[in-house]
Design a protein around this ligand. Structure first.
Ligand code: 3UK
Length: 518
């Protein structure tokens, strides 16, 4: 960054007006279309609305928002005003939001109407939260006493002074879950957003001003935030947003109606969309020139079948909340299905053995990354920060093998964490939830590949009553699944449950998950 002051939101908004794109369509959600000029006005109104509540720079604004045009307006408006937006997962349970509000000490919360019931408990309990704004969506929500975002926007000025931030100022946080303990807030800087656009979106993906972008991965994920906010705004492309869950039917409808040229998905969705097409027998109507996959490894056959069906490729790449976006990826004209491709130029990668020394090509090692977009640490988590961020190098927790030509193949996690549909699931959390059921003595959860080769949670359960007869056991399997779905985010439920008489353990009583995986 050349100048002493830099504000990423000002950059992302103003560059499109400076380039003469004020009248071009920037965002089109379920109900609303915004040009780049209207987006800037709306972001400025959002920034002013938040400042009018008495918020001051560096204070956090939590966003629990579905994908609508209000998301970029609030995210960018807050950042331009020097506030720190903290978008969080919309799929969590009430208790998770209690933790997130307490941990971040956010002074304000912007929540989509539809999600308000899940936030009620957290709003009531948070000692730091002073303001709640409700954003209307096409999905609707219950009546509430909190002010509507749109009412505040309507009263706010479209003139907003850019806060005198610098490239090294904290711009926003993103929460990441770990295998133990609560999610951690990764702090990102103003310089990070455009760096991901320059290195990955322009350097590798080749995103163009003429593209129409649609990301099934929602804006609250680092992956979706890059796909549907940073990247299109960096190049002046048009973005299509959808508030509802990304089912195959919904995604195919978006392909047909909005004709995106670039699509961002996760492996589970590519696989389920292919299965949906197989069963309906229909040929998909679309204009895709390229798709991206991240969140978990894309099985080789899913990429190959998609290419046959759609006539365009999926670029599998690995990114993380800590690195903000993709740092190792396949690229157009050089796709090797079954691999994560090669490093994104601008990032250095190394694979270390257990002794910390580099491993030879063809040997498995732990992946470390160095690059300009690494989070500066986790908020209020000294030990976890020290474990992950070692000077300029970041430990990913992933195991990889590099071949002699420099292509990287994923070979699993170094910890017990699972990626399910691109989203973290901690086995400990599912085990604790299972153990809360009256019939369960203890449980262990591991990843198990489904028919598409995608990992889903599988539970091994020891019953309090080892003599429980078979019909009752079958009913209990269904009951436990429902029980977990009601207590945790539903995607975390175990797809398979096996009853065992005991769990394999170490002498010190630690569950040996690796033996259950075998
Ligand atoms: C796993 C992958 C194999 C891997 C993300 C793109 O997923 C993202 O961020 P998260 O913090 O998770 C990071 C972890 O997910 N993973 C992601 N992509 C792949 N494993 N192949 C892949 N292609 O364990 C990694 O450490 O949720 C993805 C862009 C931004 C992101 N934040």
């Amino acid at each position: 960054m050349s100048s002493a002051t830099y504000n990423a939101a000002a950059d992302l908004l103003d560059r499109n007006l400076d380039a003469g794109r004020g009248g071009k369509l920037a965002y089109h959600d379920d109900t609303t279309q915004l040009t780049f000029a209207q987006l800037r006005d709306r972001a400025h109104q959002a920034g002013n609305a938040l400042l009018s509540l008495g918020l001051v720079p560096e204070q956090r604004v939590m966003m629990v928002m579905l994908d609508t045009v209000d998301f970029p307006a609030v995210f960018l408006g807050a950042m331009r005003a020097g506030l720190v937006p903290v978008p969080v997962n919309t799929l969590l349970q009430p208790a998770d939001y209690v933790h997130l509000l307490a941990d971040s000490r956010a002074r304000a919360l912007v929540v989509s109407d539809h999600l308000l019931p899940k936030l009620a408990e957290a709003i009531e309990q948070s000692p730091h939260l002073e303001h709640v704004l409700v954003a209307k969506t096409s999905l609707g929500g219950p009546p509430s006493e909190h002010p509507l975002l749109e009412a505040l926007l309507a009263r706010a000025s479209t003139q907003l002074d850019t806060a005198p931030t610098g490239a090294d100022d904290v711009a926003f946080w993103l929460y990441s879950s770990g295998s133990t303990g609560k999610p951690k807030g990764a702090m990102h800087l103003h310089s990070h957003l455009l760096a991901t656009a320059r290195l990955y979106a322009q350097g590798v993906l080749g995103l163009l001003e003429s593209d129409r972008v649609f990301s099934a991965a929602k804006l609250f994920f680092a992956y979706g935030l890059g796909n549907a906010l940073t990247f299109p705004l960096a190049v002046g492309a048009t973005t299509h947003l959808m508030a509802e869950r990304a089912t195959p039917a919904a995604v195919l409808r978006m392909f047909r109606e909005r004709k995106p040229t670039v699509f961002g998905g996760v492996p589970t969705l590519f696989a389920s969309t292919l299965a949906h097409l197989d069963s309906s027998g229909a040929a998909p109507e679309h204009a895709l020139r390229v798709s991206t996959s991240a969140g978990e490894a894309l099985p080789k056959h899913v990429g190959e079948r998609w290419h046959q069906r759609f006539g365009s490729h999926i670029l599998d790449g690995i990114g993380s909340t800590e690195l903000l976006h993709i740092f190792l990826s396949n690229r157009p004209g050089d796709v090797r299905y079954g691999t994560s491709g090669r490093p994104v130029p601008g990032y250095d990668l190394k694979l270390s053995g257990d002794d910390g020394q580099p491993v030879a090509d063809g040997e498995e090692g732990s992946l470390w990354v160095r690059g300009p977009t690494s989070a500066i640490g986790y908020w209020n988590q000294r030990q976890k920060s020290l474990d992950t961020f070692h000077g300029p190098w970041t430990r990913t927790g992933d195991r990889y093998i590099r071949d002699a030509e420099g292509y990287f193949t994923y070979s699993g996690r170094a910890d017990d964490m699972l990626k399910v549909g691109g989203v973290w699931v901690s086995p400990f959390e599912v085990e604790s939830a299972l153990a809360a059921h009256a019939a369960v003595l203890e449980a262990a959860v591991v990843g198990h590949a489904d028919a598409d080769g995608l990992i889903k949670p599988k539970a091994f359960v020891v019953l309090k009553d080892p003599a429980l007869p078979h019909p009752a056991r079958d009913a209990l399997v269904d009951e436990l699944k429902v029980f977990i779905k009601s207590r945790l985010a539903p995607f975390k439920y175990p797809r398979w449950i096996e009853f065992v008489s005991e769990l394999p353990k170490t002498a010190t009583g630690k569950i040996q998950r690796f033996r259950l995986r075998a």
